[in-house]
Design a protein around this ligand. Structure first.
Ligand code: GAR
Length: 198
């Protein structure tokens, strides 16, 4: 079986990454996790990579807070290419990518965001939805472009906001939806990759 070579980038706890690796391990997802890279040295996502025996690396992010220096982004491209990555999966990677990555992997970088985009891009989107008095929010998988949490939408799942929700309870419910939506969206890339003529 032809398995889609993926690279996962994340800055945090890695719960989406864990679910993806579990689905690969159980044979549910025809992907091959080639490398997991974090811009945060002690990010739990790197521990998860080690737990699943996946190659992993810390990418020192340089002097900017929300993006990578161009030379560092070039280095990231090199790492992903050397690992043979075909699809780049952002799983809580909290930096905006620019030309080096976007040109190297056109329509091959995807992200998950905890809101129904285009509503509530940016940080702590579940708090934004609560503060706006919404009755529902959700999560979105989308292609990555040069803007924050922007780009063609691939899949969305709605999540209700309940009367007594706290930011924590709502965030947990959204993450539960993410853990179903992201592997399902990646599975579609796997099918196309394994399919004829690709
Ligand atoms: C996820 O909820 C994801 O939607 C969010 O970061 C979290 C990472 O959690 N991403 C964004 O907000 C992107 N703007 P995880 O490390 O447990 O997968």
């Amino acid at each position: 079986m032809k398995r889609l070579p993926v690279g996962i980038l994340g800055s945090g706890k890695g719960s989406n990454c864990r679910v993806i690796l579990e689905r690969i391990r159980s044979g549910d997802l025809a992907a091959d996790a080639r490398v997991i890279i974090s811009d945060v040295l002690d990010a739990p996502i790197l521990d998860i990579a080690r737990e699943f025996s996946v190659a992993n690396a810390y990418l020192p992010p340089g002097r900017f807070r929300t993006r990578l220096e161009p030379e560092i982004e070039e280095a990231l491209v090199k790492m992903l290419r050397q690992a043979g990555v075909h699809l780049v999966v952002l799983a809580g990677f909290m930096r905006v990518l620019h030309a080096p990555m976007l040109n190297a992997f056109p329509r091959r970088i995807i992200n998950i965001h905890p809101a129904l985009l285009p509503k509530f891009p940016g940080l702590e989107a579940w708090k934004q939805a609560l503060a706006a008095g919404e009755i529902a929010t959700g999560c979105t998988v989308h292609f990555v472009d040069e803007k924050i949490d922007h780009g063609q939408i691939i899949a969305q799942r709605e999540v209700p906001i309940l009367p007594h929700d706290t930011p924590e309870s709502l965030h947990a419910r959204i993450q539960g939806a993410e853990h179903q939506l992201y592997p399902a969206a990646i599975a579609e890339f796997c099918e196309k990759y394994a399919g004829p003529g690709l």
